[in-house]
Every structure is written in structure tokens, then in C-alpha cells.
Design a protein around this ligand. Structure first.
Ligand SMILES: Cc1cc2nc3c(=O)[nH]c(=O)nc-3n(C[C@H](O)[C@H](O)[C@H](O)COP(=O)(O)OP(=O)(O)OC[C@H]3O[C@@H](n4cnc5c(N)ncnc54)[C@H](O)[C@@H]3O)c2cc1C
Ligand code: FES
Length: 259
């Protein structure tokens, strides 16, 4: 398969940001920026180190977390074989990267906007905050399981109104859900964006549908090609039709997708 916009790029930096007891579980990967058009927050890239063995055939998708004229930064949680191998990359290694892919988060500077982030789902919101024309109109609610220092939360909390809740014990979940409900209700006339584990997005979807709020969810289905060819990533839209998350998403209006 020929991939338009696929470039070999160098690793500029790889920085572990995890904390005890799993210090290497999270890392920031800064890659050389190819000769792309501009990317928009919510878009993603597929990456595949050039020396990956055949048992790791496919690239892996990651939200663009941040970037500048020279670089693209991804924020990665190690959860399986591919991300474990990515965590072993060294400065100067070569990675094939294709993108920027997919659609992007809605931006409306005039409307109060609530960002609901669960765990690694915080990654695309760093770019969203950095590029937003009126960050004082943004509110971040972040629910997480690992220590807060594992995530790029501090960078965001310095720039926008932010609050976080840790799910350290099972009992914490009820309080997180209750707070999400309050916030969705409060932002029912604004814009609400959500990225996180599926149960987290389902909860946001339920509250938004009840409140009649405009919510967008960013899906993290497994992907192989990222460009609409393999059908490995399909979800069902609001009418029950199969649709590719990589090309029609990853962001969908919550009233038009089955989670
Ligand atoms: C549009 C998009 C943006 C993403 N952005 C980020 C990001 O910014 N940072 C980040 O760390 N991850 C992100 N992900 C998820 C990331 O792509 C997966 O964690 C990664 O592909 C897993 O690869 P692996 O080889 O390590 O895991 P595998 O060995 O393939 O799988 C290990 C385990 O993880 C599960 N798994 C695999 N893929 C996913 C997935 N997409 N979601 C949930 N569980 C999965 C598998 O079922 C299995 O149980 C994103 C995914 C998508 C589709
Ligand atoms: S990942 Fe191949 S069609 Fe979406």
C-alpha cells in the first residue's frame, strides 16, 4: 500500500515521564517534523520504526500532542508490544510516520468549552489548549488512575481552568461520574470535547444526550493502516452504519456514534 505523506523522520528526544512504581510506563516522543501542511488538534499520526520486525507489522496511531516548526510531540503510554518497543527508541533512530490523519476537534472561541480527559486521553488537549485563540474560555476536567506527574497535566493547568480527580480506589469512580454529570450540565450550552477510555466516553455521552449538550468524542479504536483501506477500525454511526474511525473520525458527535 502506497501511503501519501509517509516520511522517514528522526527521533529528536524520548523522555520517560512515568513515576514509581512504573517509571517507564509513560514517555514523550519528539520526532522531526516532516514537510506537512499544518496539523489541527485532535488529528493523529501513525508511526512505525523502520527496523520493526514482521511480527509488529502495523504502525500504531497516536494523537498529536504538541508541535512546532521543527518537531511533532507524541505522548505515549506503554500498554503492549508495540508501545514497549517504541519506548526503547533512542535519539537519532528512524521512524516512518504518516499523517496528519483524521478530523480535528471543533473550535469556537466564543463558546465556553469543556474538555473531559480520561488517562492518556489528555494527550490531544495539550495541542488544543496551545492552539486555542481564547484559552480563558476553556475548562479541563481530568480523571486519572496513575500519579498526576505521569501526565502532561501541569502544562495544561497553568494555562486553563483545570481540575483533576484520581481514581485510586473503586469508590472514587462514583465521585468522578457525579462531577462529570455536574460539569456537562453546566456546559450544556457550550462545547464539550471528550477523549479517554470507552466507559469514560460512554458516561459523557449519556450525560450529554440527557442534557441536550453538544459533545464530541475522540475514538481510539485499534488501527492498522490509518487511511481507510483495511477496515480494521470501523465503528457504527448513529444510524448503525459501519464507518471508518481513521478517515471519518477519530472525532464524532456523541449523538451520531455508537460507543
Ligand atoms: C486516533 C488514536 C489516537 C491515539 N492516541 C494515543 C496517544 O496519544 N497516546 C497513547 O498512548 N495511545 C494512543 N492511542 C492508543 C494507541 O494507539 C495504542 O495504545 C497502541 O496502538 C497499542 O499498541 P501496542 O502494540 O502497545 O498494544 P497491543 O500489543 O497491540 O495491545 C495491548 C493491549 O492493548 C489493547 N489495545 C490496543 N490498541 C488499543 C487502543 N487503541 N485502545 C485501547 N486499547 C488498545 C489491546 O486490546 C491489548 O489488550 C491512540 C489510538 C488512536 C486510534
Ligand atoms: S485503520 Fe485501516 S481503515 Fe481505518
Amino acid at each position: 500500500m502506497a501511503l501519501r505523506n509517509c516520511r522517514n523522520v528522526k527521533v529528536l528526544d524520548i523522555t520517560p515521564v512515568g513515576q514509581s512504581p512504573r517509571p517507564d510506563e509513560f514517555f514523550e516522543l519528539r520526532l522531526e517534523r516532516p514537510d506537512w501542511d499544518d496539523w489541527k488538534p485532535g488529528q493523529f499520526v501513525m508511526i512505525r520504526p523502520v527496523d520493526w520486525p514482521m511480527d509488529l507489522l502495523w504502525g500504531r496511531p497516536f494523537s498529536i500532542c504538541s508541535g512546532d516548526a521543527e518537531s511533532v510531540t507524541l505522548f505515549v503510554q506503554k500498554i503492549g508490544r508495540g508501545t514497549a518497543r517504541l519506548s526503547e527508541l533512542k535519539k537519532g533512530d528512524t521512524v516512518a510516520m504518516w499523517g496528519p490523519l483524521g478530523n480535528s476537534f471543533a473550535v469556537d472561541a466564543t463558546r465556553p468549552t469543556l474538555m473531559l480527559a480520561g488517562g492518556i486521553g489528555i494527550a490531544p488537549f495539550r495541542g488544543y489548549v496551545e492552539q486555542h485563540p481564547l484559552p480563558e474560555n476553556l475548562k479541563l476536567f481530568f480523571a486519572h488512575r496513575m500519579a498526576i506527574g505521569c501526565y502532561p497535566y501541569q502544562r495544561l493547568s497553568g494555562a486553563v481552568d483545570a481540575e483533576c480527580m484520581m481514581e485510586a480506589r473503586r469508590e472514587d469512580l462514583a465521585a468522578i461520574i457525579e462531577r462529570m454529570g455536574e460539569l456537562v450540565d453546566q456546559y450544556r450550552d457550550g462545547l464539550i470535547l471528550c477523549c479517554g477510555p470507552t466507559p469514560f466516553m460512554k458516561t459523557a455521552q449519556k450525560f450529554a444526550l440527557e442534557a441536550g449538550a453538544e459533545l464530541y468524542v475522540s475514538l481510539e479504536n485499534r488501527m492498522a493502516c490509518g487511511v481507510g483501506a483495511c477496515l480494521g477500525c470501523v465503528c457504527k454511526d448513529g444510524k448503525g452504519h459501519h464507518t471508518q474511525v481513521c478517515t471519518k473520525g477519530p472525532i464524532f458527535r456523541a449523538d451520531n456514534v455508537e460507543l
